[in-house]
Ligand binder design. Structure first.
Ligand SMILES: *Cc1c(COP(=O)(O)O)cnc(C)c1O
Length: 426
């Protein structure tokens, strides 16, 4: 084969990028200055002051001076970097302390740290499953859980979102599989609703399947002690085989953990390639996260304030249904507004399909909010099913009641203006 018959790397990639732009799927990073939670969600976005409703800093800890102080102290005591993998010489006293505190929070025998939630999910599923095994997922699970299943080479099956009976029915269909793992998010990242763990656990017990929960958005936020979805639902920890939590959301730092039995954690340390072949999480960050855990324990008022913000937002936003914008059944800080089908009837004269118009409406609404100094994300396929594009707002204990009122007022003004413009065009 002559060299000229091989497409250049740049040509191949440029063609893919062009398609991405044509489909309006091309994404851009926005550079910010300042902290995520400074003065309650206020960020400088490309030089302009904005109020952000899109971070996962649910308790407002990412900008907390006590964490900055602990991070500096951790860096002085243990160094900024881990220096090696955990199994070589990268496992410090700071990691060890944090692991036992996290095990306690999760109500499990033991926990092990990973450098990110993405890696933790790859690490667990690829250790537990292989070819011939089945991972049965809730249809709306996080992308990292699906990627992990592919890495493991296991068969990927899905059940209807939050439908434990469908989960049970599908488990009966794969009865013959050697190993079966039921996997669910605790809090679903695009809808903000939660898995019902008790019926899932019952089905798993009946079908001899293992239950795994990824509670990235639940830890620190839900439950009286911030123990997450499981604590909030009062389920005994022994009924969940594997719990994953992350540190980059409510805890305001970075990294993740897996909690479970002594044997599970021992096996991950021995066999999990995404654990073994990587540098340990920064020990300074591990040290700072101990301070996050103290705050999560000692300042329950943060969770109480956050709940009051969620209630205030939902009470106000309910009547946006008048403009065909709909809240999802979410009691968590993730509060999406799904754009109804009437927004797809006209696309400013363009001949797009309905789905495309639904996506365009999400972008248009978020752009309008942005010019009012409010930052939220427009979520479109493939992150969510076609025709369910949405604005996704995340609330934080760093927000005030006035911040919520400002958001609601901008939403009503924008929705009213855009809907009357649509009616004129129709
Ligand atoms: C954010 C998230 C992850 C990834 O965690 P990182 O630490 O950011 O890599 C995994 N699972 C779920 C459900 C998440 O929301």
């Amino acid at each position: 084969m002559s060299a000229s018959s091989v497409d250049s790397l740049d040509d191949v990639l440029a063609a893919r990028l062009a398609t991405q732009r044509e489909r309006q799927r091309y994404r851009r990073r926005v550079t910010t200055t300042g902290k995520v939670a400074e003065k309650g969600g206020h960020l400088r976005r490309e030089g302009r002051e904005t109020l952000a409703f899109c971070s996962n800093d649910y308790l407002g800890l990412a900008g907390d001076p006590r964490l900055a102080q602990a991070l500096a102290e951790g860096a002085r005591r243990f160094g900024t970097g881990g220096g090696a993998s955990h199994l070589v010489c990268g496992h410090s006293e700071a990691h060890e302390h944090l692991e036992s505190r996290l095990a306690e929070l999760a109500g499990c025998q033991r926990a092990v740290l990973f450098s990110s939630g993405y890696q933790a999910n790859l690490g667990v599923i690829s250790t537990l499953l292989g070819r011939g095994d089945v991972a049965l997922h809730d249809r709306l699970n996080h992308a990292s859980l699906l990627d992990a299943t592919r890495l493991a080479g296991a068969t990927l099956e899905r059940y209807t979102h939050r439908d434990s009976d469908d989960c049970g029915a599908r488990l009966s269909e794969v009865e013959a599989a050697r190993r079966k793992l039921v996997v669910t998010d605790g809090v679903f990242s695009m809808d903000g609703d939660t898995a019902e763990l008790e019926p899932l656990a019952t089905h798993c017990e009946r079908h001899r399947a293992w239950l795994m929960i990824d509670d990235a958005h639940g830890f620190g936020v839900l439950g009286a002690h911030g123990g997450g979805t499981r604590e909030a639902q009062g389920l005994d920890p022994s009924r969940i085989a594997v719990t994953v939590g992350t540190l980059g959301k409510a805890f305001g730092t970075q990294g993740a953990f897996v909690a479970g039995s002594e044997t599970l954690i021992d096996a991950l340390i021995q066999f999990s390639r995404p654990y073994i072949y990587t540098t340990s999480l920064s020990p300074a960050l591990a040290w700072a996260t101990l301070t996050s855990l103290d705050i999560v324990r000692d300042e329950p008022e943060r969770r109480v304030h956050l709940l009051s913000l969620i209630e205030r937002f939902r009470r106000g936003a309910a009547s946006l249904s008048e403009f065909d914008l709909h809240l999802t059944p979410s009691a968590t800080p993730i509060q999406p507004l799904v754009i109804g089908s009437s927004w797809s009837t006209t696309g400013e004269g363009r001949q797009e399909n309905r789905q495309g118009v639904n996506e365009a409406a999400a972008l248009r609404l978020s752009a309008e909010l942005e010019s009012a100094g409010l930052w939220c994300s427009a979520i479109r396929p493939p992150s969510v099913p076609a025709g369910t594009s949405r604005l996704r707002f995340t609330l934080s204990a760093a927000h005030t009641h006035e911040d919520i009122d400002r958001l609601l007022s901008a939403l009503f003004t924008t929705a009213r203006r855009l809907s009357s413009a649509r009616r004129r065009l129709a």
